[in-house]
Design a binder for this molecule. Structure first.
Ligand code: CTP
Ligand code: MG
Length: 231
């Protein structure tokens, strides 16, 4: 069964607050996006990788990796979901789509393989995720006021933090995302579109080093993890 990776890389990286989008920040010898693409390229099972870039991105095509025969690119939209949908239009309905954030360069080969094996074995879509280790409180108000109060402690036994890759049959993912879009439901990952359409994706536990580089303080952490992995 063919697996096509979609890498949303069309974000502006507002929270990183740097002069260039975070996927183009260098860690060691390579940019964050290149580290991410090398991880995906290390799995021969992934036959193609579609990188979704911003229409004003003039940097991607200057990277040597852009000419890799397994890599192509297309233009994304103003939300992550729109960018993923743009990539999905290039994927055959009967392929598996494996969506992985450009901003998660520290994912390991072993964890990607673990997800792919679990999903193919169960013939059901799934995502990488970590068990929540903090004690999670629900607040009485939205968190934008100064000192909201606690109304309850959530039962951690059932809580997971979603990561990527997230892997689904392309047709199911496309239809679920379009349905959510039509109904005005905003999505922060692929699984939530499937859940919205009453699917139950698998949770596949990954290592905690699969962080999303989001804020400046994530950079030293990503650098350390990549160094530990030998990059
Ligand atoms: N992304 C995308 N298209 C968008 C927005 C985000 O392809 N319109 C991608 C980002 O490039 C990133 C991934 O989705 O690889 C996860 O999004 P996020 O971490 O939020 O990245 P940014 O949107 O770039 O950052 P910020 O929200 O801080 O601006
Ligand atoms: Mg964003």
């Amino acid at each position: 069964q063919s697996i096509i990776a979609i890498v949303p890389a069309a974000g502006g990286g507002q929270r990183m607050n740097m002069s260039l989008p975070k996927q183009y920040i260098k860690i060691g010898q390579a940019t964050i996006l290149e580290h991410t693409l090398h991880k995906l390229l290390s799995l021969p099972l992934i036959s193609r990788i579609i990188v979704v870039i911003s229409p004003d991105d003039h940097f991607f095509t200057t990277l040597a990796i852009a000419s890799n025969p397994r890599i192509s690119f297309t233009h994304g939209g103003s939300t992550r979901a729109q960018s993923v949908l743009a990539g999905l239009t290039l994927v055959n309905d009967d392929s598996w789509a494996l969506v992985h954030d450009a901003a998660r360069p520290c994912v390991t080969h072993a964890d990607i393989k673990k997800l792919v094996d679990a999903v193919i074995q169960a013939n059901c879509g799934g995502i990488l995720a970590t068990k929540v280790t903090d004690t999670i409180k629900q607040s009485s108000h939205q968190s934008n006021i100064d000192f909201p109060t606690i109304i309850k402690t959530c039962d951690r036994e059932y809580l997971w933090a979603a990561a990527t890759p997230q892997m689904f049959k392309a047709k199911l993912l496309k239809e679920s995302m379009l349905k959510a879009k039509e109904d005005g439901v905003s999505l922060t990952d692929e699984a939530s579109a499937i859940e919205y359409c009453h699917g139950q994706p698998l949770l596949v536990e990954c290592q905690r080093d699969n962080i999303k580089v989001t804020r400046p303080e994530d950079l030293p952490l990503a650098t350390l993890y990549l160094q530990e992995q030998g990059y």
